[in-house]
Design a protein around this ligand. Structure first.
Ligand code: ATP
Length: 281
């Protein structure tokens, strides 16, 4: 029997999503912290190698493939750490990072996908969304920023949008970093107590915390309604930093592996003539 990939293990299955049934401190797919940490060196080398192939193919073969990692999670779920450590090994030159906070007045004046479309990675790139269009069916819903008849149709719009991206070569990896409420309290307390963390403290995050259950319901429905074969959702238990870092890294690497990224052969080059020219110079 073959070992399931991490994508298989963490994929949200069909049907109802019950986040309460997923233990945020679980570590599916790896036995110990030591093993995860040991694997990370090799994973980051592989990530760098695959990323280079992805870029090379876009440059030499007009390959339109790219990867988009969408990160969602409650405050303190570790999106920043997942970007910083989960993607180490990637060349920043071929990474495109976009963070989505509350929409500006200009963004607000447009369709909710307007600001998102502008940040879709170009062919050959790895894009990372630190929050995303999912805020428009999660935060907007929970905070009552739009009526239900405005946000509910967005599930279908998101599915159509993601299918369009997929058809244009974008491999979408959607990750929810799943933490427990207790873990969040501990991290938010640390922010108050430690001077090197205090700059991150935002009282508005406590308002979101007060609506934890509503957020979970909104997450569950978003994960359920927008879990498609072309843009699947993964739930990464995130109470353990080392696990979430390893898992995000491996999910991206597995996605790249599945693309069959051979280096371009460049048949247009006359290798013999160019070699002779070099040898004579
Ligand atoms: P984070 O909480 O992601 O670490 P941060 O503390 O730097 O980020 P910002 O990036 O300024 O904060 O904003 C994040 C906040 O923006 C979150 O509370 C999120 O719910 C909210 N947000 C993002 N997109 C939207 C949206 N489309 N509508 C309403 N609120 C949104």
């Amino acid at each position: 029997m073959s070992v399931p990939s991490l994508r298989e293990r963490l994929a949200v299955g069909p049907g109802r999503v019950d986040l309460g049934a997923i233990d945020p401190s679980a570590t599916p797919g790896v036995k110990s912290r030591r093993r995860a940490d040991d694997a990370r060196g090799q994973l980051s080398t592989e990530l760098g190698d695959l990323q280079e192939r992805l870029w090379a193919r876009s440059q030499c073969e007009g390959d339109r493939q790219r990867v988009l990692l969408v990160l969602q999670g409650m405050d303190t779920s570790g999106k920043d750490g997942a970007i910083k450590r989960g993607l180490d090994g990637a060349n920043p030159k071929w990474l495109h990072l976009a963070s989505f906070g509350p929409p500006t007045d200009e963004e607000q004046a447009h369709h909710f996908l307007w600001r998102i479309r502008r940040q879709v990675p170009e062919p050959g790139m790895i894009g990372v969304f630190d929050r995303s269009h999912y805020e428009d069916v999660i935060a907007v819903r929970v905070k009552g920023l739009a009526p239900e008849d405005a946000w509910r149709p967005r599930f279908e719009e998101i599915n159509a949008f993601e299918r369009q991206l997929h058809d244009d070569g974008v491999s979408i990896v959607k990750v929810m970093l799943h933490i427990s409420r207790d873990y969040q309290r501990e991290r938010q307390l640390r922010r108050l107590e430690r001077i090197d963390k205090r700059w991150k403290f935002n009282e508005g995050d406590l308002d979101d915390r007060d609506r934890w259950d509503e957020f979970m319901v909104a997450y569950e429905e978003a994960l359920e309604r927008c879990n498609t074969s072309v843009a699947p959702w993964y739930v990464v238990p995130a109470d353990r930093k080392w696990y979430r870092t390893w898992a995000v890294s491996l999910l991206v690497v597995e996605t790249l592996r599945a693309l069959d990224l051979r280096y371009p052969e460049r048949p247009e080059l006359d290798i013999e003539a160019l070699r002779a020219r070099l040898l004579a110079s």
